[in-house]
Ligand binder design. Sequence first.
Ligand code: BG6
Length: 477
Amino acid sequence: IPVEDFDLVIFGGTGDLARRKILPGLFRRYLSGQMPVESRIIGAARSDIDSDGYRTMIKEAILEFGGEESQDSNGLDAFLAQIEYVPIDAKGEGGWVELAELVRNDVVQAFYFSVAPSLFGDLAERLHRHKIASATSRIVVEKPFGRDLESARKLNDVLALHFDEGQIYRIDHYLGKETVQNLMAVRFGNVLFEPLWNNHYVDHIQITVAETVGVGGRGSYYDKSGAMRDMVQNHLMQLLCLIAMEPPSQFGADEVRDEKLKVIRALEPIMPHHIVRGQYENSANGPSYREDAENPRSHTESFVAMKCHISNWRWSGVPFYLRTGKRLKARTSEIAVVFKPLGHSIFEGQEEQQNILAIHLQPNEGIDLQVTIKEPGPGGMRLVNVPLDMTFAEALGDSDVEVTDAYERLIMDVIRGNQTLFMRGDEVEAAWGWTDPIIEGWEARNDVPKTYSAGSSGPDDALMLLHRDGRKWREIK
Ligand code: BG6
C-alpha cells in the first residue's frame, strides 16, 4: 500500500548513512510500490554539486549497497528521477531560499538530520525561519543522541524550541528489525507465553549482540564512545525494555513507550563487579582494537557484559545478562528467555533440561523454543531437548518473507506518522541516566578493559559473570 505523497529532505545527503542505508532502502520501497511516484527525495549537503551530479552519486551507491534489486536498471532510473539536490550551508544562509522553493507544503514533509548533532539546532532554526517546516513536518534524528544525560538533554531542548515531541522521530535501527517487532507479536499475540513471563517461571534472560567486525575505519568516533555508549545505552536497552515491559493497553506509540520507560526507571544501579569490559587484542584474525582505533594507549571498551536487575513485581530476582562486542566469534544477535528447571522430575537419573525461548534477531531471523521430549527409539524413557523451530523464511515460505531493512521500515513509519518504533525524549534521557554512573565510575577509576582475542567469545571474566551464578552463556555461533 503506498504511503501518502511526501517530500523527504536528507541533510547530510552525501554522507555514509544516506548512501549505504537510507537511499538504497528508499529504492527498495519504491520498487515495492510503496513510494508514490510524485514523492521526492531532496539531498542537502555542503558539496557543491547539482542534482545530476547527486543522482550519479546515488546511482553508484545503490549499485554498491542496494543488493539484487539494484540490477533493475529501469526501476533505478525512474527512482533517480524523483531525486533532487540542493547545496546547503547549515550554519549560514546558502541554499535555504532554494530549498524553500523546492519543498511543497501540501504533502507530508520529513527532514532527516543525518548530520553531526551539533548542527541540529542550526537546521531546526533555519527550517522555521525560512518557513520550510510547519507544525505537521517531521524530523528524523539518529544516534549518537548525546554522549551522556546532560548532552542528550541539551539536544532535546534544542529540538523542542522548534518542534513538538510528536514531530520528532529518534531512530534506533534495532527497533526496525523484523524480529524485534515479532518479539512483541509473540509476547502479546499468544496465550502461551505471557502467563510464564515473570519471576515464577523465568530463571534468567540473556541478550547477546555479537559482531565480527572491528572498529577499523570508525576508530576516531568509536574510541570516544565505546561499546557502552555505542550499543548498550541504545540498542541493548531497547531490547531489554521490549522483553521486560508490561503489556501496553494497545499497540500505540505512547502506550508502548510509557511501558518501556517504566522498565528503564526500574533498573537497579549496577554494581561494579557485575560488569566486565573488554578490548580485543590482535590475533591471527587481524589487528588489535588499539591498532584499529590508532590509539596505542586506548582504554575504550569494544566489549561489555553485564548483569542487571529490574526492581519490580514481575522481575524481582531475575537476572538479565547483557553482552555485546566487536570482533567476536560470529555475528549473531539473540534474546534467550531461560525458564526455571522443573520443581520435581518424575524421570529418575535423567539430566534436567530447561525450556528456552530463543529469539534470533540476525542472521537467521526466527524464534525457537527448546522443549523436552522422549528420544525416539526403543532405548526406554530417555529425555532430550529439541528446538521447536520457527525460522520465518521456512515457516512462511521464502517468497512471503519480504526482506525489509530496518531503515526502510522506519522511514516509511515516519511518513505514516507512526512513532511506536522511535525513542521518545524521556526514554533516551532515562537510558543515559542509568548508563552515566557506570561510565563515570570507569573514568574515575581509570578502569582498564580486560583483553580478549579477536575471534573469541570475549574475555574470560565475562564467562565468570555467569559461572559464579551457576549459569552459562549461550554459545555465540
Ligand atoms: C550501530 C553501531 O548503531 O549498530 C555500530 O554504531 C554497530 O557500532 C551497528 O556495528 C550494528 O548494527 P547491526 O544492524 O549491523 O546489528
